[in-house]
Design a protein around this ligand. Sequence first.
Ligand code: PEP
Length: 252
Amino acid sequence: MAPERTPYIAANWKMNKTIEEAKAFLGAFLPKAPNDRPEVVVCPPFLALKAAVELCAQSRVRVAAQNMHEESAGAFTGEVSAPMLREIGVDGVILGHSERRQHFNENDEALARKVPAALAAGLEPILCVGETEGQRDAGETHSVLSHQVQIDLAEVGSAELDRVVIAYEPVWAIGTGRTATPEQAQDAVLFIRNLVRAREEGVAELIRIVYGGSVNPDNAAELMAQPDIDGALVGGASLEAEDFAAIVAAAA
Ligand code: PEP
């Protein structure tokens, strides 16, 4: 983790926690939340966002959604837009999570529209990229990352690029307990940083690139000690306040 970049830890609760459960988590976690570094973001399901925003208001913890539609409004039944999220005080949004790519057909062309739409509305995008196990075994990790990063960020202007947080999340490590080794994670994150460098030299040292995939209190410190890894996107281990607080403490 380079000192010029503020470490970033995000909790992806996926489709877990009712409003009451989200409140109980924050009741336990907020007293342990840092006043300074790292930057901490919680990503509850849509229905718990407003309660989370209200509870986090007196802290430095910010709230992000797990998805949004790229249009501001219109005939898109069941969808939620960036301005709607901003209206209730949401600060960011996860985009391109592998579960959305896998189960909901979210593709890079849609992400090329969603990322700039999030930025235009004032939301910080947390853009997830990563290869499947088959792609890694076939030696395609770098080409997959290159394709995803180039297309998903194609419509983001140079001045806004450093507002994007990129999460390197190898699909084979998500929810499996099979964490990437620190070397594998560092290699992929450095590769992504160099993709950003090729596009916008000055942004490469500013943009935050985090690792996600079975991060837990035992492996977090070693992963985040890698020079290019700026934090973590945490799924399963972010559901318990104690575990998440331990991961946050490892990034301080
Ligand atoms: C995630 O959902 O982004 C994730 C990394 O999950 P887990 O930590 O459970 O692997």
